[in-house]
Ligand binder design. Structure first.
Ligand code: KG4
Ligand code: ZN
Length: 334
C-alpha cells in the first residue's frame, strides 16, 4: 500500500510517501520545508505566518515529492494527515488539502494523532514493525511525554510535564542567554565546550511527582544565576543546564522501564536530536539490558513520513476517517 502523508501541525510543512511493499514500512520519498527563518525574528512560532506558509508551500511540495518518487497521484492508495495536537490554523491547511485530494482521487483518508507519528518514528527509522509493549519518551517543543504502548491504539500516558515542555525549556533558556531560535541545537553546540558540573542547577521532581516532569524552575534558576554571574562562561551555563534536563529525563525514563517491566524504550521528538540525551539513554540501556531505539534527526523532528506510516498501519487495518472529521488541536486520545 502506498500512502501519502501530510504534516502541518506547527511550523514544518512536510509531505512523504511511505509504502509496505517489501513487508516492512519504507519511506519512498520525503520533503520537509522548515519555516525557521520566517519565525526567527520573533523568537518563536507566529501562527498566522505558519498558516500562510503551509498554504503556499504544500501543493508544490506534493508535486515535487511525486516527481522525486517517480510516481503519479493515481498510485496513491490512501492519504494520512495530522489531525492534532497542534496549532488549529496550521492543522486546517493540511487537513483541508488531504480531504480535497482524497475526494478528487476517490481514495480513503485518515486523520492521525501527531503523537502516534512520533511513537512510530524510531521503528520506521529502524525498518521494523513497532514492538509491543514498549515505552516511548516524546520530547519536543510542545510535549514531554512518557508513554506505554501496548498496541497501535492502546497507549497510556505514564508521565508528562506539569509546566514547560523539555524543548520549550531549551528554547526559553537560549533566549535568556541571547542565543538564536530554536534554542536546543544552539545550547547543545555551546555545551560541547563547557563543563556540565560547573553549576549545580536543580533537578526538579527528580524524586517526586511519579513520572511527571517540571522544567520551569530550572529555567528560572538559569535566569537568576545569569543575573548574579553575568561574566560566567555561557558554555558552562549551557552544559550545566543541558545536564540537568538530561539527568531528569533519563532518570524518569529508566524508572518507567523498570516499573513497567518492558524491554524497549523508543525516543522521539526534536529534543531526541540531543547527543547528551541519546548517550545517557544508550548507556542506561547497555547497563540495564533493555533496548534503546531512536530515529535520526529527520525522523525525530516533525515530519510527514511518521504520519504516513502511522496512517498506513490504520488504513491497512480498514480504518477510515469520515468526511466531516475536524481538526483536533488538543487531541488527547490515542
Ligand atoms: O519535534 P519538533 O521538531 O517540533 C515540535 O515541537 O513538535 O521539536 C522542536 C524542539 C525545539 O524546542 C528545539 O529547541 C528542540 O526540539 N531541539 C533540541 C535539539 N534539536 C531540537 N533540543 C535539544 N537539543 C537538540 N539538539
Ligand atoms: Zn512533534
Amino acid at each position: 500500500m502506498l500512502v501519502l502523508g501530510i504534516e502541518t501541525s506547527c511550523d514544518e510543512t512536510s509531505a512523504a510517501l511511505v509504502d509496505d511493499a517489501g513487508g516492512a514500512l519504507r519511506v519512498r520519498a520525503q520533503r520537509i520545508g522548515s519555516q525557521i527563518e520566517a519565525h526567527r525574528p520573533y523568537g518563536g512560532v507566529v501562527p498566522e505566518l505558519a498558516t500562510r506558509q503551509h498554504l503556499a508551500r504544500l501543493d508544490p511540495m506534493v508535486g515535487a515529492l511525486l516527481e522525486e518518487a517517480g510516481t503519479g497521484l493515481e498510485a496513491v492508495e490512501g492519504i494520512a494527515v495530522t489531525r492534532g495536537p497542534g496549532l488549529a490554523s496550521s492543522l486546517l491547511i493540511g487537513l483541508g488539502y488531504a480531504k480535497g485530494l482524497a475526494l478528487a482521487l476517490g481514495r480513503p483518508w485518515i486523520g492521525v494523532n501527531h503523537l502516534q507519528g512520533h511513537l512510530i518514528s524510531p521503528f520506521l527509522a529502524a525498518g521494523e514493525a513497532p514492538v509491543f509493549p514498549h515505552l516511548a519518551l516524546i520530547v519536543s517543543g510542545g510535549h514531554t511525554l512518557l508513554l506505554r504502548a501496548d498496541g497501535l491504539d492502546e497507549v497510556e500516558v505514564l508521565g508528562t510535564t506539569r509546566d514547560d515542555a523539555a524543548g520549550e525549556a531549551f528554547d526559553k533558556v537560549a533566549k535568556l542567554l541571547g542565543l538564536d531560535y530554536p534554542g536546543g541545537p544552539e545550547i547543545e553546540k555551546r555545551a560541547r565546550g563547557g563543563n556540565p558540573a560547573a553549576v549545580d542547577f536543580p533537578r526538579s521532581m527528580m524524586d517526586s511527582g511519579g513520572l511527571d516532569f517540571s522544567f520551569s524552575g530550572l529555567k528560572t534558576a538559569v535566569r537568576v544565576f545569569r543575573e548574579k554571574h553575568p561574566a560566567f562562561p555561557v558554555e558552562d551555563v549551557c552544559a550545566s543546564f543541558q545536564q540537568a534536563v538530561v539527568d531528569v529525563l533519563a532518570a524518569k525514563a529508566r524508572r518507567a522501564v523498570r516499573e513497567a517491566g518492558v524491554r524497549t524504550l523508543a525516543l522521539s521528538g526534536g529534543v531526541a536530536c540531543n547527543g547528551a540525551l541519546r548517550a545517557a539513554l544508550e548507556t542506561a540501556a547497555g547497563k540495564e539490558g533493555w533496548r534503546f531505539l531512536c530515529a535520526d534527526r529527520v525522523l525525530s523532528t516533525d515530519n510527514a513520513a511518521m504520519i504516513a506510516a502511522a496512517g498506513l498501519l490504520r488504513l491497512r487495518a480498514g480504518r477510515r476517517s469520515a468526511w466531516d472529521e475536524d481538526v483536533a488541536p488538543n487531541f488527547r486520545e490515542f
